[in-house]
Design a protein. Structure first.
Length: 220
């Protein structure tokens, strides 16, 4: 597996330069799926270096899937400043464009995974780009912590694979609200609940990474 630090432009008229790390599987180059990985809230310590983000990228690459984790604007060496979750949608757009243009990435198998704030931003991006072939929302902020309401009309029709994963002690992604959301979505969909886990996933990062990678590997 190769980890390569990269830079690319956000997807807007006056772009920002964003920093990322792309994880490339071992073996001969081939047309492989690609996964965008969106990190949690930058105002609360979130970055592409959060352990579960890095662990997931590495686990995906071990299973033959190209993974791109990146820093939202204003984080690490990415230009700009925090954009309240709205401007960051353009960061996901830029990451998607960069990833599908990489040699060896199958643009028809573009997946997205986001953790917390990154899940909320990622889902908002998918609303504008339904070509994303599958999504994973890890600890999606709901209830009083909702970043922005989802487009119910879009999601009621979105029939691509969806995985929602959260812990049973997560007060930011409360299970009643998460179950209600998942119940309203079309198949195929999965809800995974981890016992004894809160929003921060401490000590369970590799388990989370393996669950996410297993789900996406089956679609590959």
């Amino acid at each position: 597996m190769v980890e390569e630090r990269v830079f690319f432009d956000s997807g807007e008229a006056v772009p920002l330069r964003l920093e990322g790390v792309i994880h490339l599987p071992d073996g001969e180059p081939a047309q492989r799926p690609g996964v965008l990985i969106c990190h949690p809230h930058s105002q609360h310590g979130g970055s592409m270096e959060v352990p579960v983000i890095a662990a997931t990228a590495r686990e995906l690459a071990r299973r033959g899937i190209v993974a791109l984790r990146f820093n939202f604007r204003g984080v690490g060496r990415s230009e700009g400043a925090f954009g309240e979750g709205s401007a960051e949608v353009a960061d996901v757009a830029g990451a998607a464009e960069y990833l599908v243009r990489r040699d060896g990435v199958d643009a028809g198998r573009l997946f997205l995974m986001g953790y917390s704030f990154g899940a909320a931003v990622g889902l908002r991006y998918v609303e504008g780009d339904p070509s994303v072939s599958a999504i994973v929302a890890l600890c999606l902020p709901l209830g009083s912590m909702t970043l922005a309401s989802l487009d119910e009309t879009f999601w009621s029709k979105y029939s691509k694979p969806k995985l929602f994963l959260a812990g049973d002690r997560d007060h930011i992604c409360p299970l009643p609200e998460l179950r209600s959301l998942v119940d309203r979505l079309r198949e195929p969909k999965q809800l995974m609940v981890m016992d004894g886990v809160d929003h921060f996933l401490w000590g369970r990062e590799q388990e989370v990474a393996e669950r996410i990678a297993g789900f996406l590997e089956e679609l590959s």
